[in-house]
Design a protein. Structure first.
Length: 131
């Protein structure tokens, strides 16, 4: 009887130690991050990254079927384009200088602007004869 109690106690301690290991993965602790911003706030943040002044755009189009508004601004060699749909709280933005290889961009799913990845723009492949 004592032996079975010891075995059960050992299994319980071992199980608790194993469960404690669930919080780590390859030596890094995992934690869930919940973004408290609403979809509307995320969409506005992406647009604001490329329209910081809040002034009226130089060119604006509006599609009444989808309710999507598009803005285009140029200042010298700097060009920014944003599109937003207030109905479904989505947006995208991009901007860059003429002659620069990759513009910065964002969407309402990822409102922090960043450069596009090289593989997104790599049209060269073996069939076209490029490296």
């Amino acid at each position: 009887m004592k032996a079975s109690k010891l075995i059960l106690a050992g299994l319980a301690v071992g199980g608790l130690m194993a469960l404690g290991g669930c919080d780590t993965y390859s030596g890094h602790s995992r934690s869930l991050v919940y973004d408290v911003r609403s979809d509307q706030e995320k969409a506005a943040e992406c647009v604001a990254a490329f329209e910081p002044s809040g002034k009226a755009p130089q060119v604006m189009t509006y599609d009444s079927d989808t309710r999507t508004e598009t803005h285009l601004n140029t200042q010298g060699r700097e060009v920014t384009v944003t599109a937003q749909n207030a109905t479904d709280n989505t947006s995208m933005g991009m901007g860059g200088k003429l002659g620069v290889k990759r513009p910065e961009s964002c969407t309402s799913n990822d409102p922090i602007p960043g450069t596009t990845r090289p593989k997104d723009r790599n049209y060269k492949n073996a069939s076209t004869g490029y490296k």
